[in-house]
Write a protein that binds this ligand. Sequence first.
Ligand code: SF4
Length: 183
Amino acid sequence: MAAEELSIQIAGIIPESIVDGPGLRAVVFFQGCPHRCPGCHNQETWDPQGGQRLLVDEVWRRLRYNPLLSGITLSGGEPLVQPEGALALARKARTVQGNVMIYTGYTWEEISRMNSPVIAELLKMTALLVDGPFLIGEKDDALPFRGSRNQRIIDVQASLGKQSPVLWAQNGGINHGLATTGE
Ligand code: SF4
């Protein structure tokens, strides 16, 4: 499918957020989530038929990306059940020098076992990945950018290099991915 025809089922968009990752970020909440975590705050995103279907270009337009933003966050719902749409948005963000952060209910290890070329391409463009389901028994409101202690903020580029998850050092900056390869 041509990129301009690609659409995403989305639950919502926030053009500017300071709670969905480092810096000021535009956030896309994907619609549809197979994880069904007890205690989930976004249960309205579970139904894959809910929300609305928008062309990727329209999602990007509604994000109103501007130079004050650090990047985009793909949240949900579960962004990785619509990997082509997530990849298309990541490409747009990288075009304007924005970094990409993804929230997923899958663990890094589960994602690695998917062997998905689209997701592999998406990860090459992703700076940070918050992985794993929300576990209510591990809930901790004091954690930055995540809801439960089992969830990790993973430095994706370092992890791809080491082929195992490397936790993000919050004061160590953000490796955007592809920045040095002239994408
Ligand atoms: S992965 Fe996120 S959106 Fe999906 S059920 Fe769990 S907490 Fe809710």
